[in-house]
Each structure stands twice: as structure tokens, then as C-alpha cells.
Design a protein around this ligand. Structure first.
Ligand code: ZN
Length: 390
């Protein structure tokens, strides 16, 4: 099928004004003013008054479930396709987390393949919080070179009571293995670092950078908005040429305790220097577990972090923090695609994958294409989950 999206306000993520977009097969065929095609094989979609943006990339999701830190019953469930597409997400990077025993790379890969079969674009990182990393093949380098979906390693926990406290030498070797794997396979070989609440969360990274010739761009630390001192470290890391990730899912209690809400974190970063925007990604940490509190602040139970927090964050960046739409969109599209080297992703561009999201003026998902296939049509979900088909 050929689709022609007419009259939308196109953000590639850069503001292109009102343009038409032609989708041919799974690719973007053209982005031009006033494309006209009269053919029974062309379906025209009117996007007048709407924003047309690249499908979102959620670069940190526990797709096969996470959590489990309160015992087995607190292990969170696998993600459903509908949770991702209804939040405008067309590409997802799956990670394990604290649990690298009952959660395995085989399971993570199987879930990534299943979401891919359902129509999304999926990638994974090898390993969990722990060092040494449990890999699929003989090691990190082999995993990245030989397993198509594996684009890097992580999330490796540092400055956290759950970290295996790797030495500088261990982290240097792990990073070099990821780097070489990336070089030989044309992937990023990124090292995703989970930072915890301990002071100086990036000290070990600086130590590695100081003692080796590994570039700072090999690292991509996440949760950098989790407390005020981590956020200050984020600013310094970006100033030094690195990139950082802010987590969008949260609970009010965390904010009261000092977490910087992701929309505000982005605003403050670009207040220092607009160029900083190119170094920031946002991710939902979806399917991680979050605590739930009652009005008195007592722990009531657990809930599951939602990928929808990504879209809510984009909306708040624009509507509450007055961040220009292209900059807000960039943090969930072209930035993760660039930093993670996701080929033909993250931009509306001729020849790129036709991951196209049409948003209403108030950031509700109107229409969604994943690689040229229509998933949501004017708010109606056309592609259902394999099992939950309600
Ligand atoms: Zn984490």
C-alpha cells in the first residue's frame, strides 16, 4: 500500500512547515509541498492541524519484565505491544536490570524478536546490572558482532548498592570490548550505565577515560535526573562531550525527595547551552517497578513504570516548559538514533524507515505507522497484541 499524508505540520524533527509525506512500502518515499497522486492504490490521510513527527524511540525498557527486588511476586510482567504503540513508540531498546539470574539474555532476545514479529523495530543491550557480564555467546564483542539485535552492553550499575562495584580495570575492559564489537559490526557498541544514589556517580567513568584512550561518547549513563547531584554531574558530563539519558517514569514521592522531573531537566540543560540538546535522550525505564504511596506517604504497593511517560514528557516539555517542539521531539527521535547508531531511524527523511507518528495539537496519538504499516488510524488501534486482543 502507498500512503500519502497531506497537510500536516512536519517536524523531521526539524520544523519543515506544512508538507506532504509519501510512504512507499516500508520507507519514506518523499517529503514535499503538495504531492498529488491519483491512483486507487494510494490511501490519502489528512493531517491538517496535526503534527507529523518520527515515531518515538524508547531507549531503555525492561521489555521482558524487570523489578523483583521485593521477592519473586514483585517481578514485573512483560510489556505488551499496545503499551508501546499507544504511546507513539515505534522502536524500543530492551534491557535486563537488577535480575540477571531469572531474567536471561535468551528471554530478552526472544521478547525482542516477538515485538519485531508484531511490527516494531527492536534492539537489545547485552548484560544486566552485574559485572562480569553474562553474554549470549563467548563475550561482549562476539555478542555485538554476531547477534543482530545486540547494539551494546548494559545497563551496568554503578554508584548503587545493587552494583557489583566493578574495578576501573574491569570497566575499561568491558567498554573496550563493546567498542571493538561496535566498530567491527557498524553498531554503536554503547555502554549504558545505570547510576544509583551514591555521590559522584560518574567518578569511575572519568577514571576509565583518564587512564585509557576510550572516547567519552562510548558511555551513555541513564537516570541522570534521579537527584540534584546526579543532575549536576549530567551537566558536567555533557560539557565534557558526553551524552546523558533522563528517565521519564516517576512517582510524586521521588520528585518530593529531589528527583528532577525530566521535562525540567531538559529545560535546565538547554538554558546553559542550547547545543546541549543534541546530547540528551529520554527513556521511560518502562516495566521497571515503582513504589506506590498513600496520602500519608506509607508504602501501599508496587506499580509498573509506563512507556506512556515518554509522550507525557514531550507534551510537558512543550506545554509547561516552553521548549520548542523540534527540540522536544529530538530527545526521543534523532538523538537516540544518532547516539545508538540506529540505521534509518529517528528522522523523517527520504529513504528512512516509515516510522511516522501523527499527533493532535495536544499530543494525543492520532495515527501511527511502523515501517510503513498502519498501526493506529485516527485513534483506532488496528494492530492488536497477539494474546490480549481486547
Ligand atoms: Zn536502571
Amino acid at each position: 500500500m502507498i500512503y500519502l499524508i497531506k497537510n500536516g505540520n512536519v517536524f523531521t524533527p526539524y520544523d519543515e512547515g506544512v508538507k506532504d509525506i509519501l510512504i512507499v512500502g516500508n520507507q519514506i518515499g518523499a517529503i514535499e509541498e503538495n504531492i498529488t497522486l491519483n491512483s486507487p492504490f494510494v490511501e490519502v490521510i489528512d493531517a491538517k492541524g496535526c503534527m507529523v513527527v518520527p515515531g518515538f524511540i524508547d531507549s531503555h525498557v525492561h521489555i521482558c519484565g524487570g523489578g523483583g527486588e521485593g521477592g519473586f511476586k514483585t517481578r514485573t510482567p512483560e510489556i505488551a505491544l499496545s503499551d508501546l504503540i499507544q504511546s507513539g513508540i515505534t522502536s524500543v531498546v530492551g534491557v535486563l536490570g537488577t535480575d540477571g539470574v531469572t531474567r536471561t539474555m535468551s528471554n530478552l532476545l526472544a521478547k525482542a524478536y516477538s515485538l519485531e514479529e508484531e511490527g516494531l523495530s527492536t534492539y537489545v543491550l547485552t548484560g544486566s546490572y552485574q559485572v562480569p557480564v553474562k553474554t549470549v555467546t563467548q563475550g561482549i564483542t562476539d555478542d555485538i558482532i554476531l547477534v543482530d539485535k545486540i547494539i551494546g552492553v548494559g545497563e551496568i550499575a554503578l554508584s548503587d548498592h545493587r552494583s557489583s562495584t566493578p574495578s576501573r580495570h574491569e570497566l575499561s575492559r568491558l567498554t573496550s570490548e563493546a567498542r571493538v564489537g561496535g566498530m567491527l559490526s557498524g553498531k554503536a557498541g554503547i555502554v549504558n550505565i545505570h547510576i544509583g544514589d551514591a555521590p559522584n556517580p560518574l567518578a569511575l567513568l572519568y577514571d576509565v577515560l583518564h587512564h585509557t584512550t576510550i572516547p567519552i561518547t562510548q558511555f551513555h549513563p541513564t537516570h541522570m535526573n534521579r537527584n540534584p547531584h546526579a543532575f549536576e554531574e549530567a551537566k558536567a558530563f555533557v560539557k565534557a562531550g558526553g551524552s546523558v539519558d533522563f528517565t521519564t517514569s516517576t512517582v510524586p514521592q521521588f520528585i518530593e525527595e529531589g528527583e528532577i522531573p525530566a521535562p525540567r531537566a531538559v529545560k535546565e540543560m538547554i538554558k546553559e547551552n542550547t547545543e546541549n540538546i543534541n546530547k540528551i535522550t529520554l527513556s521511560s525505564d518502562g516495566q521497571g517497578s515503582l513504589p506506590e504511596f498513600d496520602e500519608k506517604g506509607n508504602l501501599k504497593g508496587l506499580t509498573v513504570a509506563k512507556p506512556s511517560s515518554l509522550l507525557e514528557c514531550v507534551q510537558k516539555m512543550v506545554e509547561e516548559e516552553a521548549i520548542p517542539i523540534p527540540l522536544a521531539i529530538q530527545t526521543v527521535t534523532s538523538n537516540p538514533a544518532g547516539i545508538l547508531k540506529l540505521r534509518n531511524k529517528g528522522q523523517l527523511k527520504k529513504g528512512y524507515d516509515a516510522d511516522v507518528l501523527i499527533l493532535t495539537p495536544h499530543f494525543k496519538v492520532n495515527t501511527l505507522f511502523c515501517r510503513g504499516k498502519l498501526f493506529i488510524d485516527k485513534g483506532k488501534v488496528l494492530i492488536k497484541d497477539t494474546f490480549n486482543t481486547n
